[in-house]
Design a protein around this ligand. Sequence first.
Ligand SMILES: [Zn+2]
Length: 302
Amino acid sequence: MTLNDLTQMFSTDEQCRALLKKLRWPYGVECLRCKSKKVFELAEYAKFECGECGYQFSVTTQTIFHDTHLPLETWLMAVLLLVEARKGMSANQLKRTLRIGSYKTAWYLCHRIRAAMKELDRMMLDGTCEMDETYVGGRHRGAGLRGRGAGKEIVIGIRQRSQEGRTGELRFFHASDVKSGTLARYIRESVSQDVDVIVTDDFSAYPFAMRKAAVTAEHKRINHSSGVYVEGDVHTNTVESAFSLLKRGIIGSWHKISAKHLPAYLDEMQFRFNRRKNPDLFIDTLRHMITADPLTFANLIA
Ligand SMILES: [Zn+2]
């Protein structure tokens, strides 16, 4: 799907609603209250009424599109721009590109699309996985701070290497520390019991984390502290390239990132990354949006 395709195929509210209807109810419109399929289209524009319980609704009722003041065409365009921007896109950029009236509206729009980009079904990673940690953001640099990454946010990355034509998946976590117990928790959450190899650097917490997570796979370590970065297939370059994409995204498009919203950005990057070879990314995201819980502004700023 290109921007050109989109403007040709979905340039009216009616066309957008028809698409959302297909995605929300692939087997025919269903009452939102009683699940009955005996649903009638009302003469009033885009409204349905249930023949069983009388409930009236539209394709956007109880979804993130509900109560929106933006045209659906703009929503669709925003989704396409966000899924196509590899490094992400800031609310300001979206506001300018789509000529959205206020920054707040554009910001809210970005976050609602991000909420839909959350992974719904995470599979456990197997084969060879690389694990590493990185530090992002943080305005207080230097003076008075001790230790690596002081004042910054910690991101843990686990990336499965590609194998047999299958692209490896990525997991990002916003961590509060890099203690072995914390690392172990992320390993248990993401890595399958059948994983063959886990590659990390020589950071001292990893061997303890492997033990705590009860990983039986081989743990290979690359000696970063002595300046060695690749030794045959022992390296963490694959997860590091995902980190560099994340950092370019933070610097290039989000500018300043608050710790509170970091998990949402990580979800977005991860979602896009894991679907980078998926030609249906746009439709998949829209499908998530029309089936996911609505995210209210009050929830978002809470
Ligand atoms: Zn009903």
